[in-house]
Design a protein around this ligand. Sequence first.
Ligand code: AMP
Ligand code: MG
Length: 363
Amino acid sequence: MVMPKKTLKLLMISAVFALMLGAVVVPRLLREVTGDAAPAHGVLPTGMPGRFAKRFETMGTDAAIVVYASDAAEAARFVGPAVSAIESVNALMSFYRRGSDVSALNDSEDGDIVKVSDMTYRVLESPRHFSRITDGAFDHTYKPLGNLWRLAQQKNTLPSEEELRDALGKVGAGGLELLDDNRVRVRRGGGIVDLGGIAKGFAVDAAADALKTAGCRSALVDIGGDMALLGRRVDGGKWRVQVRDPRPGPDNSIMLELADAAVATSGDYARYFTVEGNRYSHIIDPRTGWPVQNVPSVTVVAPDAMTADALATALSVLGAADGMELIDSLPDVECMIMLRRDAENDGVIEVHYSGGFKALLAP
Ligand code: AMP
Ligand code: MG
């Protein structure tokens, strides 16, 4: 396809800008491996035949959509609706954006009824399922605990028993009553909802659905390491996804080969905070009120990205024994859990695999 001169110039300018700014530095453990280095902005050829990519930032992290298409115009036709789908999810479910459904719920008083979008209502329904199967380890109403620990971090002082008890009392799905017609009654005051453990996965699935609807058969959607792999690559090969080893020193990363699957990671490798010299994860156990410790990385492979995302967060809380029992009871879900055995030293890490995980490793 011949591009108009003006478009070409714009693309070149944005590519130069992207190079000047450098890649967004977000620590992440999951990456698809292709050797393609598509610059940011626009749906651009990647240097590999028929492969086009768009890289952008959303939901506080970097994102990519890779498609196989016959030409740039078809690639743009595939990618456009997928990016819009992600932006809609972000607009509705962001904790920080004014005007999002989540902000409306959090700004409400006890007893208020909030009408949310179809999409948010569906996402609010799913944590009940994940909370049930994970024995309460996944809880999208954990935010009062998140706030307490953010304060603890700022003051560098552990919360008191009483503060913990108080925050725990505000947590729990009973804080939101799902009514008919997309209405939600706030039951325990506002400020409790945070879909951060599940929204990226939901957005990835929404983008994958949009790609399928547009007729795309071979694509990858990646938001900050939560990924959906649609079909296979056009060369018939599976998608290769690298899971980096969080240990410093020699790289022992592993390579997964996936097709028509989703994968997500969680853990304190990328995000953590310290209080009184101890390192804590941004994931909090809603049953005890304490942040998770010493789980550097959990990887979950599942049929859809929302399941992979929610379970990766929940497994960080559940740990290896309960986590493996859960995963082995779920069809088509596999995981790898890394535990830090020596808190003083990142080097001592124990790796646990679910029954079928090793079958996903590249030969
Ligand atoms: P992820 O990176 O997908 O594991 O999500 C981590 C995010 O999930 C955190 O930054 C919080 O916004 C949220 N979160 C923390 N603890 C929990 C929990 N126990 N259940 C559900 N979401 C949580
Ligand atoms: Mg998650």
